[in-house]
Design a protein around this ligand. Structure first.
Ligand SMILES: *Cc1c(COP(=O)(O)O)cnc(C)c1O
Length: 480
């Protein structure tokens, strides 16, 4: 493909994308295919001779689309949203064209510098404490990670290095292995599975703290675990607090947990992967109170802030904690500015070496929406979840299982779990809407998450009517 064909095909592709998204509501949200559907539809090996663009595009509709779950359909209410907007898609095209690998400042200065400034813009939108911002020469700063899972892992590994160094300063005879054996990380029993995974990868113990009746981690439960572990000779070092848990969007009590972490010298990491985007609205900012106690904070603009995957925003108060833990300087990556103190080499802030020019999509989205329209977008989703909640409240057959704070409603049919399990089976075989379940304690619960950029009240009501009809069926079958 030469430049002139690219001009033509590029325009065709943009049309294809716009047609796809404009017509997405007419596609079945969840595919009909069975595992292994695709292999028989395509050759076993790559072609020796070139094929045409038309051949490929034809196969997109024939082979790919039948196996796609349409995450941006207004009938998609599963998981949490994943962001999608036209400015972000266009910025990603440009990122692909520049195609730089921004591991050091010198490897592409704009890639590094725009990222630092965008992370400050975003930090200011959330009213993060100054300490997290890079400013002109602060100690803190932000970095774009690929995912919240990576951010948690980076925080845990940095905390691990920090505690090992601190203990070895006072007791040089302690080996790294002897310390690691005793390290313990903590999160609530509602934390995302990626937290446990970070501990597995980081080779440290992790304990889950029983959450309270509102699925929140509280001071007393954390304190109790800390005392027990210290008495057993273990070394607590790391706590993950979740703001907006994946199962039910509950909030750990930061104002209680934060001071304990500070007093006990525990690294506090906040995972607000989904809920973080809402903190740009003044009326939701209070949910972030207590962030001042944290060492690191993370959320995913790629979930709810219209910046397409991947864009996970992570801030630290002391960038030296990351660069100190992960800095290696082979000769081929050295450059003349690196010791000037003026520049950032993001390779020290992350696991891979390579990194894409991801801040472009933040820049495009922030400028083309403006903070006001981003706030309006969040508010609309919250309003739609409230609308769904009020519909549920009018039907005594259902119960709401957790407080509705943002765009997620957890609900079930009253009575034995089997009723809600059967309801979900019927939803999944009808494929008119898509949602996923969770467990809250012993309850089987359905999660209704407002996801699509184009979802409207009419879609929510249609989904509700559909759910009511299926519930009629479930309950009448249960009586037989
Ligand atoms: C979605 C989610 C994650 C995982 O996010 P990734 O970016 O896919 O790693 C982690 N924590 C919470 C609370 C989440 O909702």
């Amino acid at each position: 493909m030469n430049a002139s064909e690219f001009r033509r095909r590029g325009k065709e592709m943009v049309d294809y994308i716009a047609d796809y998204l404009e017509g997405i509501e007419r596609r079945q949200v969840y595919p009909d295919v069975e595992p292994g559907y695709l292999r028989p539809l395509i050759p076993d090996t790559a072609p020796q001779e070139p094929e045409t663009f038309e051949d490929i595009i034809r196969d997109v509709e024939k082979i790919i689309m039948p196996g796609v779950t349409h995450w941006h359909s207004p009938y998609f209410f599963a998981y949490f949203p994943t962001a999608s907007s036209y400015p972000a898609m266009l910025a990603d095209m440009l990122s692909g064209a520049i195609g730089c690998i921004g591991f050091t400042w010198a490897s592409s200065p704009a890639c590094t510098e725009l990222e630092t400034v965008m992370m400050d813009w975003l930090g200011k939108m959330l009213e993060l404490p100054e300490a997290f911002l890079a400013g002109r020469s602060g100690e803190g700063g932000g970095v774009i990670q690929g995912s919240a899972s990576e951010a948690t892992l980076m925080a845990l590994l940095a905390a691990r290095t920090k505690v090992i160094q601190r203990l070895q300063e006072t007791s040089p005879e302690l080996t790294q292995a002897a310390i690691m054996e005793k390290l313990v990380a903590y999160s609530s029993d509602q934390a995302h599975s990626s937290v446990e995974r970070a501990a597995l990868i980081g080779a440290v113990k992790i304990k889950s703290i029983p959450s309270d009746g509102n699925f929140a981690m509280r001071a007393s439960a954390l304190q109790e675990a800390l005392e027990q572990d210290k008495a057993a000779g273990l070394i607590p070092f790391f706590v993950v607090a979740t703001l907006g848990t994946t199962s039910c969007c509950s909030f750990d009590n930061l104002l209680e947990v934060g001071p304990i972490c500070n007093k006990e010298h525990l690294w506090l990491h906040i995972d607000a992967a989904y809920a973080g985007s809402a903190f740009i609205c003044p009326e939701f900012r209070h949910l972030l109170n207590g962030v001042e106690f944290a060492d690191s904070f993370n959320f995913n603009p790629h979930k709810w802030l219209l910046v397409n995957f991947d864009c996970s925003a992570m801030w630290v108060k002391k960038r030296a904690d990351l660069t100190g833990a992960f800095k290696l300087d082979p000769v081929y990556l050295k450059h003349s500015h690196q010791d000037s103190g003026l520049i950032t080499d993001y390779r020290h802030w992350q696991i891979p070496l390579g990194r894409r020019f991801r801040s472009l999509k933040m820049w495009f989205v922030f400028r083309m929406y403006g903070v006001k329209r981003l706030q309006a977008y969040i508010r609309k989703h919250v309003q739609l979840s409230r609308e769904f909640e009020s519909l549920l409240l009018q039907d005594p057959r259902f119960e709401i299982c957790a407080e509705v704070t943002l765009g997620l409603v957890c609900f079930r049919l009253k009575g034995p779990n089997q009723l809600s399990i059967t309801l979900l089976q019927k939803i999944n075989s009808a494929k008119k809407i898509h949602l996923v379940p969770c467990h809250l304690r012993s309850k089987f619960v359905l999660r209704f998450a407002i996801c699509s950029r184009v979802v409207e009240s009419a879609h929510v009501r249609e989904a509700w009517e559909h759910l009511q009809e299926l519930a009629d069926l479930v309950l009448s079958e249960a009586k037989e």
